[in-house]
Design a binder for this molecule. Structure first.
Ligand SMILES: C[S@@+](CC[C@H](N)C(=O)[O-])C[C@H]1O[C@@H](n2cnc3c(N)ncnc32)[C@H](O)[C@@H]1O
Length: 449
């Protein structure tokens, strides 16, 4: 059987779009080319075509843009983790701001005329957690998947991860670890706020034997720098389809086998957080105090009741508890909910209450007066339609929507705007430099009738 040769063509890249690629047009069709930059003339070839969109591969940059820089990481372009290393950090930030504004317009039909303030820190060495895939690849056995594939790109360093995590990666990449890591498919390494202690979580084999887990754990504890605890998540990995078809984690009771101390301590501002395997925590070492203050400052006075939906381990709940007379924090994940309750106790936030529930279920039962503030920080899939409708019906005076995914943010904001909320402020936090990911905080207020 013969297949058509790949279609090669020259392209003028016009602008960056959400997802990391540049957009151009060829033969009347829109084309997405990763690693090209706006203004560049490039040689590309068709990788695939779907729904009228050509997904192309960059072959050569014919006229480079002035802001193009040499990517510092040897794996850039093969490893699927980073998208913007070829672009200087200041321009990355401008592009993210443009993309956020355009996504609000295109998806949510929201014209935001105001500023989008950007907040950034050191664009390297910032990640406090890294998920390494384990497998067989040319040159190694740990690394990251190539973009849009399950092909392992072996690495022995990751310059966006913290120095401590890099020390662990370098060690794990040594050839003698290949056999020791067995058939586990993933190891996540997380470090604490001082980048000192590390907890590893292995995933991927539901029926593993206690003895082999213990052997691997002891080896990690004995030989890997900073490792104080090793966890094995032995629950069957499962996902469900969320709104707009995104894959979201099921609120499963994942079963963790722990060796050593698997709880990390994390200080942000005036508060100490406990963080266990399986519980979400923001992945940046640097920007968190600033990020928390965008959510938990300039608050209404007198401050009565606040609700923190999708609360995680209580990153926003604790500072809110210093301002509001009562705070209710709602979290669905078992591990995060347990940490949340423990963090409220250990920080003596007696006026804050942890509720282990989905946001929708909590709002279904909510029968109190309208809260002064609701903070909403859902996963990438955004808030479920039911949650948003019930939230609008509870009529909080103010809402602060924290988002890691502009398209679902725009969709959800459109609904809140239809229910009488006006946007007052938009902040963009560059929690993930070198990648296309955009974290933002949007402040909304209910219009007076
Ligand atoms: C993006 S994280 C934010 C956590 C926290 N606000 C923070 O900044 O650390 C989203 C959190 O929502 C939780 N979650 C996911 N779906 C949920 C749902 N339907 N109801 C409540 N919590 C949910 C996740 O377990 C996760 O802890």
């Amino acid at each position: 059987m013969s297949s058509n040769p790949p279609d090669r063509f020259e392209l003028h890249a016009q602008k960056m779009v959400y997802g990391g690629a540049a957009l151009g047009h060829h033969a009347g069709r829109p084309v997405l080319v990763p690693y090209a930059l706006p203004g560049e003339r490039v040689q590309a070839e068709t990788a695939r075509v779907a729904k009228g969109m050509v997904y192309a591969r960059l072959l050569e940059v014919l006229d480079p843009a002035p802001e193009r820089v040499a990517a510092p990481c040897a794996y850039f372009g093969r490893c699927g983790g980073c998208h913007y290393q070829h672009l200087d950090a200041a321009r990355q930030l401008e592009i993210k701001r443009e993309i956020l504004r355009e996504t609000l317009r295109r998806v949510g039909h929201i014209e935001w005329p105001g500023e989008i303030s950007t907040h950034a820190a050191d664009p390297w060495g910032y990640r406090n957690q890294v998920r390494l895939k384990i497998g067989a690849a040319p040159g190694g056995h740990i690394g990251f998947f190539a973009a849009d594939s399950h092909d392992l790109v072996a690495v022995d360093a990751c310059p966006i991860s913290s120095p401590r995590l890099n020390a662990v990666i370098q060690e794990l990449a040594r050839a003698d670890w290949a056999a020791k890591l067995g058939n586990w498919s993933e190891v996540e390494a997380r470090t604490d706020d001082g980048d000192t202690h590390v907890v590893l979580t292995f995933r991927g084999i539901p029926d593993s034997h206690e003895r082999s887990m213990e052997g691997l754990a002891q080896e990690c504890l004995r030989t890997l720098p900073g490792v104080i605890g090793v966890a094995f998540d032995v629950a069957p990995a499962s996902t469900i389809r969320g709104p707009i078809g995104a894959r979201v984690p099921r609120h499963r009771t994942s079963e963790i086998r722990a060796f050593g101390n698997v709880t990390l301590g994390y200080r942000v501002g005036d508060f100490d957080y406990r963080l266990s395997p399986g519980a979400f925590f923001q992945a940046s070492l640097f920007l968190l105090p600033d990020f928390v203050s965008a959510v938990a400052s300039d608050l209404p006075r007198p401050a009565g009741v606040a609700i923190d939906l999708y609360a995680g381990v209580g990153l926003f709940t604790l500072p809110l508890s210093r301002v509001f007379s009562g705070v209710v924090a709602v979290e669905a994940n078992d591990h995060a909910a347990a940490d949340l309750a423990a963090n409220l106790r250990s920080n003596r936030a007696a006026n804050a209450r942890a509720v282990h529930s989905s946001a929708a279920e909590f709002l279904r039962r909510y029968a109190q007066a309208a809260p002064d503030l609701v903070v909403l920080d859902p996963p990438r899939a955004g808030a479920e339609a039911e949650t948003l409708l019930r939230l609008a019906a509870v009529v909080p005076a103010q809402i602060r929507y924290v988002s890691c995914h502009p398209p679902t943010l725009a969709r959800d904001l459109a609904l809140l705007v239809r229910h009488g909320y006006g946007i007052e402020q938009v902040d963009l936090f560059d929690l993930f430099p070198q990648t296309f990911h955009i974290e933002s905080v949007v402040r909304l207020r209910k219009a007076q009738r």
